[in-house]
Design a protein around this ligand. Structure first.
Ligand code: DQA
Length: 149
């Protein structure tokens, strides 16, 4: 069975309480449960990781290659700042899909820059929790295509 890890960046542990008008009212726990249900339907294994610490996300990405077939990541604020996370994604050979709840291009200027997008297999943003589900679907699709080769 193919396995996917979903990595949530800083402050996403506060989802459901944090800036609800932008990020909605669903908690991270509920988002993860929704993703787990979707993964089950798709027939893939799923694991979750959240950290507020940049280096921990770098470590998780590096280790992911050994255990997982793909990554879905919402790097949150590190999207716009982290060369280290972008480098870790470029360094690993499994596909990484970038997702955001909000439309990062419709907000402040500084959110328009993503260090992650150029090294991501694909990017989904602006659909709230659906962004994660679409990102998962995209990752599953990529793995299915690879299998056929
Ligand atoms: C976010 C967008 C980022 O700009 C922000 O820093 C976040 C969440 C999103 O999911 O919309 O924390 O990644």
């Amino acid at each position: 069975m193919k396995k996917i890890i979903v990595i949530h960046g800083p402050n996403l542990n506060l989802l459901g309480r944090r800036e609800k008008k932008i990020y909605g009212t669903m908690s991270l726990e509920v988002i993860n449960r929704t993703l787990a249900a979707q993964a089950k339907k798709e027939g893939v294994g799923i694991a979750f990781f959240q950290s507020n610490v940049e280096g921990e996300i770098v470590d998780r990405l590096q280790a992911a290659e050994e255990e997982f077939d793909a990554v879905v990541i919402n790097p949150a604020a590190f999207t716009h700042t982290s060369v280290a996370i972008a480098d870790a994604i470029a360094a690993i050979s499994i596909p990484v899909v970038e997702v955001h709840l909000s439309n990062i291009h419709a907000r402040e200027e500084f959110r328009k820059k993503s260090y992650v997008s150029p090294v991501a297999a694909g990017v989904v943003f602006g659909f709230g929790v659906e962004s994660y589900l679409l990102g998962l679907q995209g990752a599953v699709g990529l793995l299915a295509k690879r299998k056929k080769k």
